[in-house]
Design a protein around this ligand. Structure first.
Ligand code: 4AD
Length: 575
């Protein structure tokens, strides 16, 4: 190739392919000139300066073309080499990718030709849920052949993996998980090759014991002989795949926005399944104790636990609130129904963002007639333990609690009973200060942090009793022996703190009216409540247990936001 001359002007030159590189169209860099035209040429360079020439500098010297320095040329040659290599690599990669794509398209085109047909000569399948092991429905052979019943199952793809020619799918249906194996043609269909997590499937096949040493849910696996992904059952893939929307690294707020998807995860679903069992266990335990269930209104015109946390709403031409507690209504049922309970929503306009406060929570409340304070405490302890017993009788629930809270043990009985005044002494002895940073004193409302520290250190359920009148609700009965305090109880659990609040109720009319006056509450709208003291009063008491807090303790969840379906709290009312 004949030697040419190329010009490089570091100021006004341009590194673009359409330039010739002669004096009228110089390049900007030597590297570009060498890269595009090779090194065996003459290169003339200059640093012309447009605009203002700095004072003292010789403008004309900058306009003179000078042969490129040797070192600069060497650098430019190396640069050109590196650039060429880079370009070659990129080309190679592109070719590889194109081949992969072409191969994949070919495989998928072939796969599209495969259609599965159910073999009607096989035994008719039995429809089962994924956890069903009922011997009548499902048999797993005689141990020798290790084969079993032909079944039909429905579920969603929880996980999938390919191993050589086979596909292993973990199917999920809310009752359990099942390992499914697709072999031969079944693993080669278009549906199998493009299978995404959460896709719904109908699968037919034979249940077999897993080979020795292998593990699968319930020790079995489904050898599919036919499956179908019905129209619309495929789950989104690519960027929209569920694994790209929720993962363990996703921020908590995003997880809450996507709660409908988070619910499909193992932790959330286990917590909610335990919740179902616990709620059912409350019904069982109450029925055993002959409590009757009632359903008080959610729309009310009276408060129970102080005006600060009332949600108000327009109610036709009047004002109404969302109920804070069904207690007062439960009390009105005692004369005709005996002991009563309810499991209803309570609402609190809490402006705090703690891990144990919700704006809407499930409140398990009960009221007991003709009892004394000790009866109330005994009942509460029996009830809580019986609920745990009933819930954990179900082996699935027991397993889920074990998975979520491996250290869980049935609470030691009797529960520790501690008076408020003893707790104050305990806090002082342990140098746990009040919210003003001072040692606790009688009359202080023990704050959440202090209460939890005390409970965590004692590390067992505590019935904290006899709170001062001033820091408790208007309806609480004063202790006859010490009128400074009430016959009240909070049940505290390690890790969470207060999960139950209860008390004996004022049963004398005058005393109740005096309490309304003391608290500055107009008793007029409470006529239906105060009338109870006019028409055959009785010593009675009751309590409210926060279901989400009970579950946070049982399932060892950091926050009550994770123990309800769609949490509502300060700043969140969706989805
Ligand atoms: O102590 P509290 O406010 O008591 C009452 O409402 C009584 N009237 C109940 C009764 O005697 N029938 O609430 C009782 C329990 C608390 O111990 C706590 O577990 C739960 O209800 N709770 C909350 N749970 C979640 N979020 C909130 N904002 C809660 N407020 C109370």
């Amino acid at each position: 190739m004949a030697e040419s001359t190329y010009y490089i002007d570091e100021d006004v030159g341009e590194d673009i392919d359409t330039r010739t590189g002669d004096e009228s169209q110089p390049f900007k860099s030597l590297g570009f000139a060498v890269l595009t035209h090779g090194e065996s040429h003459k290169f003339l360079a200059r640093k012309s300066v447009t605009g203002e020439v700095p004072e003292g500098s010789d403008a004309s010297a900058r306009l003179e073309w000078k042969p490129a320095a040797k070192a600069a040329l060497k650098k430019a040659v190396n640069y050109a080499k590196a650039q060429k290599k880079k370009a070659e690599k990129a080309q190679e990669l592109e070719a590889q990718q194109a081949k992969v794509l072409a191969d994949r398209t070919k495989v998928l085109d072939e796969a599209k030709k495969i259609t599965l047909e159910e073999d009607k000569s096989l035994p008719a399948p039995v429809r089962i849920k994924l956890d069903e092991t009922d011997a009548q429905k499902v048999t797993l052979g005689d141990g020798k052949e290790k084969k079993g019943t032909r079944v039909r199952v429905f579920g969603r793809v929880h996980r999938e993996r390919r191993q050589k020619e086979n596909m292993f799918i973990t199917l999920r249906d809310g009752y359990g998980f099942m390992q499914v194996i697709l072999q031969g043609q079944l693993a080669k269909t278009y549906d199998a090759l493009t299978l995404t997590r959460e896709t719904s499937m109908e699968i037919l096949g034979e249940l077999r014991e897993v080979p020795e040493g292998a593990h699968a849910p319930n020790g079995r696996e489904l050898h599919a002989d036919y499956y179908k992904i019905h129209p619309g059952w495929q789950a989104a893939g690519g960027d929209d795949a569920i694994t790209n929307r929720v993962s363990k690294d996703t921020e908590h707020a995003t997880l809450l926005d996507l709660r409908h998807l988070t619910l499909r995860g193992e932790t959330a679903s286990k917590v909610l399944i335990v919740r179902d069992a616990v709620e059912w266990a409350f019904h069982v335990a109450y029925k055993e104790l002959r409590f009757r269930k009632v359903s008080p209104p959610a729309l009310v015109q009276t408060m129970v636990e102080g005006g600060a946390t009332l949600f108000g709403l327009p109610y036709y031409n009047e004002e109404a609130f969302l109920t804070q507690s069904s207690q007062l209504y439960l009390e009105t049922c005692l004369p005709s129904m005996g002991d009563v309970y309810c499991i209803e929503k309570s609402f609190r306009a809490e402006k705090s963002l703690t891990r144990r406060h919700l704006a809407e929570y499930t409140h398990v409340e009960a009221e007991l007639d003709f009892v004394h304070f000790d009866d109330l405490l005994d009942h509460l302890e029996n009830l809580m333990c019986r609920v745990l017993e009933v819930a954990l009788e179900d082996p699935t629930i027991k397993q889920y609690v074990q998975d979520l809270n491996p250290e869980f043990q049935m609470p030691e009985r009797p529960f520790k009973r501690m008076k408020y005044s003893e707790a104050i002494d305990w806090l002082v002895e342990h140098n746990i200060e009040n919210e003003d940073g001072e040692p606790h004193k009688f009359g202080d409302d023990i704050a959440e942090a202090a209460e939890r520290r005390m409970t965590d250190i004692i590390n067992r359920p505590i019935f904290l009793t006899h709170f001062p009148t001033e820091i408790k609700a208007f309806y609480m009965l004063k202790d006859k022996e010490d009128p400074r305090v009430t016959e009240s109880v909070d049940c505290l659990m390690p890790g969470v703190g207060e999960i139950v609040g209860g008390s004996m109720r004022i049963d004398q009319h005058e005393e109740l009216m005096a309490a309304f006056k003391r608290e500055g509450i107009d008793p007029t709208s409470y006529y239906w409540y105060t009338d109870q003291r006019k028409y055959g009063s009785s010593p009675h008491g009751g309590y409210g247990l926060g279901l989400e807090r009970f579950l946070a303790w049982l399932c060892k969840q950091h926050t009550v936001r994770d123990t309800c379906l769609y949490p509502r709290y300060f700043g969140r009312c969706k989805p």
